[in-house]
Design a protein around this ligand. Structure first.
Ligand code: BGC
Length: 418
């Protein structure tokens, strides 16, 4: 009797041991994965590096890299909206952390809660608390941050400044002192591109004019846009615009950066994707081929934004998308993507030896500066405000009326719940 029981037990153990490898082996993923973003063309190499890793890990998945050209998502966001409202979401899409995510897609109940993924991957401990707050509500966590970008950066070419005999301006007064000299030499003092880059320039100028406390107060609804401080920011912006190129609206941000590289313009205020462009695409060496400084009067302040990817409800290939999100949030994914993108990792444990001099300086600043949220890139306000702000900007570029712009923004803030 004993031996029979022992035999049965041994046979069972053998079956379990043989079956075990299959039980722990994850199911091989197949089918499509459609990723939607605006990282097209020159903006593509960092995303492609992530896709390459994903393909290696999941060779049977067909990755559809759906991109819509247009800096800061100007065109992509409109296409995404049509698809989401039409019930045809991609598997995963790029969205800025902050109000663009929470005040738009989460509010409309279009996203899946990723809290289980964050717990499973131990991400609650590796992403900064402040960032988790921006992608979360009391009901869940709604996207996976892939980077941290800085908006308030002034770019220049050291050799050109030397040739023209000008120094990097630390304040707007210093800029106004050298700008006429540059203009007289046939050089555009500050390169500007299509209208979203005017929003981008506006936020650096407004931060300089208002200071970080008042900047935060604007978005918390504690300081009015048509207050003397709010209007003064538009006044300074109008003055800065006097020194930009007249063909701005027809240029992409890369073309405005090219003006600086080619010596047609002295400076450009752009997010540090410009560092990615100058390093990865243009092969310039940070610190030698190109230089940077906090935009005038914003030293010690880090105007921040973070790209992230979410999982829309109804994602057609949900498992494939979850595996994509796992890769995005991983240390390997992050430290592969960011050095090419011109951004720093959103993780606190990234391997800085993989990052160039510019990015190491950005990481150091992010650690010690006062961090405030970008308007132009989704942190501070939702899409309702941003849509209206684009019209205010268009009006201002034509009329240059600070009071009218301040008043229009004040109305917009009311309408969009600020
Ligand atoms: C995004 C960046 C992108 C830039 C230019 C920003 O809104 O956050 O990732 O490089 O737009 O397209």
């Amino acid at each position: 009797m004993k031996t029979t029981v022992a035999k049965i037990l041994m046979a069972l153990v053998a079956v379990l041991v043989l079956a075990a490898p299959q039980a722990v082996q994850a199911k091989e993923l197949t089918g499509d994965l459609e990723i939607f973003s605006w990282w097209a063309g020159d903006e593509g190499p960092a995303l492609q590096a992530l896709i390459d890793i994903y393909k290696k890990q999941n060779p049977k998945v067909d990755v559809i890299n759906a991109t819509v050209t247009g800096g800061s998502g100007v065109n992509a966001k409109a296409v995404l909206k049509t698809r989401m409202l039409g019930g045809e979401p991609p598997d995963s899409f790029q969205v800025h952390s902050g109000q663009e995510l929470i005040g738009t897609w989460v509010k409309a109940d279009r996203m899946e809660d990723l809290t289980p993924l964050f717990n499973e991957q131990g991400w609650m401990d590796v992403f900064p608390k402040g960032l988790i707050k921006l992608i979360g509500t009391d009901k869940g966590i709604w996207s996976v941050p892939v980077n941290v970008h800085r908006s308030n950066v002034l770019w220049y070419i050291p050799a050109n400044l030397k040739k023209w005999g000008v120094e990097v301006p630390k304040t707007w007064d210093e800029f106004f002192a050298i700008a006429p000299k540059l203009k007289a030499a046939g050089v555009t003092p500050l390169a500007l591109a299509q209208n979203w880059t005017a929003n981008h320039l506006w936020e650096s100028v407004a931060l300089a004019s208002l200071g970080a406390d008042n900047w935060d107060a604007l978005w918390a609804g504690k300081l009015k846009f048509d207050s003397p401080e709010g209007v003064k920011a538009w006044e300074l912006f109008g003055k800065v615009l006097e020194y930009t190129n007249s063909d701005a609206t027809s240029l992409s941000w890369q073309q405005a950066t090219d003006m600086v590289i080619d010596g047609r313009a002295a400076f450009n205020i752009m997010g540090d994707w410009a560092a990615g462009y100058m390093t990865t695409t243009k092969k310039l060496v940070p610190g030698q081929g190109y230089g940077w400084e906090a935009s005038p009067d914003t030293e010690g302040e880090f105007l921040f934004l973070a790209d992230s990817f979410g999982l829309p409800k109804g994602s057609p290939h949900r498992d494939n998308a979850l595996t994509w999100l796992k890769l995005l949030g991983s240390k390997e994914g992050s430290d592969t993507f960011n050095p090419l993108k011109g951004s720093i990792s959103a993780r606190t444990d990234s391997d800085l030896s993989k990052y160039n001099d510019y990015l190491q300086s950005a990481a150091a600043d992010f650690g010690k500066d006062r961090v405030v949220g970008s308007l132009a890139h989704g942190v501070a306000a939702n899409e309702t405000f941003m849509g209206g702000f684009a019209s205010v900007m268009e009006m201002f570029l034509k009329t240059r009326n600070p009071m009218a712009a301040g008043k229009a923004c004040a109305q917009l803030a009311k309408k969009s719940g600020i």
